[in-house]
Design a protein. Sequence first.
Length: 386
Amino acid sequence: MRNFVAKRIQSVPPSGIRRFFDIAATMKDVISLGIGEPDFVTPTPILRAGIHSLRLGDTHYTSNSGTMELRQAVSIQMKHLYDVSYDPEEEILITVGASEALHLALSAILDPGDEVIVPEPCFVAYTPEVVFADGIPVTVPTYVKNDFQVTGEEIERAVTPRTKAILIGYPNNPTGAVMSRENLERVGEVAKKNDLLIISDELYSRLVYHREHVCVPSIPGLRERTILVNGFSKGYAMTGWRLGYVAAPKELMAAMRKIHQYTIMSAPTVAQAAGLDAVLHGEYYVREMLAEYDRRRELLIRGLNSLGLDCFEPQGAFYAFPSVAKTGMDDEQFSEALLREEQVAVVPGSAFGPSGKGFVRLCYATAYEKIEQALDHMKRFMQRHG
Ligand SMILES: Cc1ncc(COP(=O)(O)O)c(C=O)c1O
């Protein structure tokens, strides 16, 4: 029998993150700094809003674009936080996580063979999603010497006549990097000069430490050429609800809505009810969780650097991305040895692209005491291997 699986799907390897979770799942008492999601349960009032909507019998589809209340609330929040305006009627669509928003953005704009420039290390889904949408990912490495920010020049060097878009995700998973306004403006200049679209995944926008988040479409001249992806998973600790959104000028939105209409219908109704409460009343909890992540961030970064695992200071998200060069191991060897010898799970940097080689990702969205324990175990490990 022939292989029925499309070649472009065959060409994408399974996620490099999974292998480590599979090993970890077979072991007892693993301290996991692996999974990239908040350890917090969704704040109680948000949970209750979801439960309340179910009790009211709100179990039907919503409008394809999502409930008008939620779109309006998201629109007001974006204006308030980032001074960027989107019409809730025609320019905002509620999605099944930021994941669906990304998928819609790429599927809506790519013709076969179109190239998308993707700075990496980056979220594991970026390059596969470009391939699934029939495009060609053109990756651009970023470097610790630049705090893992991509420069306009690096992007410009990757532009060809087939380039259609630049896909950036800051605050960044896995590095924790945040782009400076100047660097974003330069990337914007390259987009304008070469008539490119920017897909900006700002899922960690609420998780920045002691600095502002610059929302890409708020930069003058970029709104009309940006698809903004965001969601509820990280800032509101709502990964399991599967709720996100996408904002874009109306012609692009119409194309994305068409795909969403036929493939999804509408994002989960219960999640939209909870999401509305999150936007309207969740600010206190966002700030509370952010303060706790910041405490853990300081503990982890200080700890890693004192062990000789040099780590640049991440300014966003909830990841540390230290170099393991001192051990003489590569990132895969390091992660496997650390898991087997000290039961600490981290993710090899190369899972996020070749330029992540030599680094590992540690997620500090886990209890303070667990991070302390992990550092103790890593200290023993470094005494043997440092
Ligand atoms: C940068 C980034 N974008 C998108 C996603 C997908 O998020 P969601 O749960 O909203 O689908 C993730 C999840 O880890 C992520 O790290």
